[in-house]
Design a protein around this ligand. Structure first.
Ligand SMILES: [Mg+2]
Length: 350
């Protein structure tokens, strides 16, 4: 629908499995000192002197996690890497290597996989990570992508979900809710397109939220920024499933409660206007939407002056005694319990 269909079609069977991997990865360059050996042996060799290693993996399945009718393959490749790098950054670690495995049906020509790997390569270049391995295999139905990301960090700098203390401030980077509203716009345009394929969508006025859905960026910049400001987060998580479920994870693993203030939640003006257009409550979208890939963390109150004027951060609440529970304080000053509603639960309700 929204992609420029690549005209030439080369069948995957023309290359064979090994030829395919070689072809898809031939333009990837190894740039990290920690990569001793990348693709080309039975396993990659990595070396992290005096640091701890973090490893995270994600599986993305066509029809469950992405829809190729509006997700260009290049963007999908980029996003698949971002989803994983975001988890590395959420440990306050540096991302350094990825592996990518795909299962693909023969309805995909070689040119489609070249687009996918162009996106993966763009992510590797922009975020300075090496592709050091992976596998390709055939699939009976759609496309499956699994990315594993590897990162490293000196032990003292690692930030877990479990370190939040009572009275710590709750902080989120950037803004939330945009990726979910971008998805709503793309789903609506897909339905319009089904009825009238000649109708090309005009997404100009939705550019920010559509980009947040199709081309998210992981917050590589936050670790050095916090370091520069002299702030150490006490607990951290990335916002992949929606603000409320991430807050609940932090609270449960840190044995604290939380008050979240509705009027402090950072929303882009486009999210507010598109929520009005769709007759959706913007706070609900921020709490339950997901796929923002922002970082959510807690800091000691003493660090408040160091971050209060920084446009990258919004202080959205504070941690309380565990027995006080987890609450949203609304604009009308009503206290309501926070519940975990990731986007899965949300789509069940539609
Ligand atoms: Mg995560």
């Amino acid at each position: 629908m929204l992609e420029n269909k690549n005209q030439s079609r080369t069948s995957l069977s023309e290359l064979g499995e090994f030829g395919l991997i070689d072809h898809l990865t031939e333009h990837f360059k190894i740039t990290k000192e920690t990569t001793i050996k990348g693709v080309g042996d039975d396993a990659a060799i990595l070396k992290f002197p005096d640091e701890q290693v973090v490893v995270t993996t994600d599986l993305l399945i066509e029809g469950v996690h992405f829809d190729l009718s509006y997700m260009p393959l290049k963007h999908l490749g980029y996003k698949a890497v971002m989803v994983n790098l975001s988890d590395v950054y959420a440990m306050n670690a540096n991302a350094s290597q990825i592996t990518v495995s795909i299962a693909v049906s023969n309805r995909f020509p070689l040119e489609a996989l070249e687009d996918l790997y162009a996106g993966i390569q763009a992510a590797c270049v922009n975020y300075k990570v090496d592709l050091v391995g992976g596998d390709t295999t055939s699939s009976q139905v759609g496309l499956v992508i699994s990315v594993t990301a590897i990162g490293h960090c000196v032990a003292d700098d690692i930030v877990k979900r479990s370190g939040a203390q009572v009275n710590d401030l709750l902080v989120v980077t950037g803004d939330v809710g945009a990726a979910y509203m971008g998805l709503q716009v793309l789903e609506r345009e897909k339905e319009v397109f089904k009825v009238n394929p000649k109708n090309q969508p005009d997404l100009e006025q939705y550019s920010y939220i559509v980009e947040r859905q199709l081309k998210p960026e992981a917050r590589k910049d936050i670790k050095p920024l916090l370091k520069e400001l002299g702030v150490k987060a006490t607990a951290m998580i990335d916002v992949s499933d929606g603000l409320s479920s991430e807050i609940l994870h932090l609270c449960k693993q840190s044995n604290v409660g939380c008050n979240l203030y509705e009027d402090k939640i950072p929303l882009d003006p486009q999210v507010i206007s598109v929520c009005e257009e769709f007759k959706l409550d913007s706070t609900t979208i921020a709490l339950s939407g997901g796929e923002d890939y922002e970082l959510l963390f807690t800091i000691a109150q003493a660090d408040f002056p160091k971050i209060k004027a920084n446009p990258n951060f919004s202080i959205i609440g504070h941690m309380t005694e565990e027995k006080e529970g987890m609450h949203l304080i609304t604009r009308g000053n009503t206290k309501i319990p926070l519940i975990a509603r990731g986007w899965n639960a949300m789509s069940d309700n539609e």
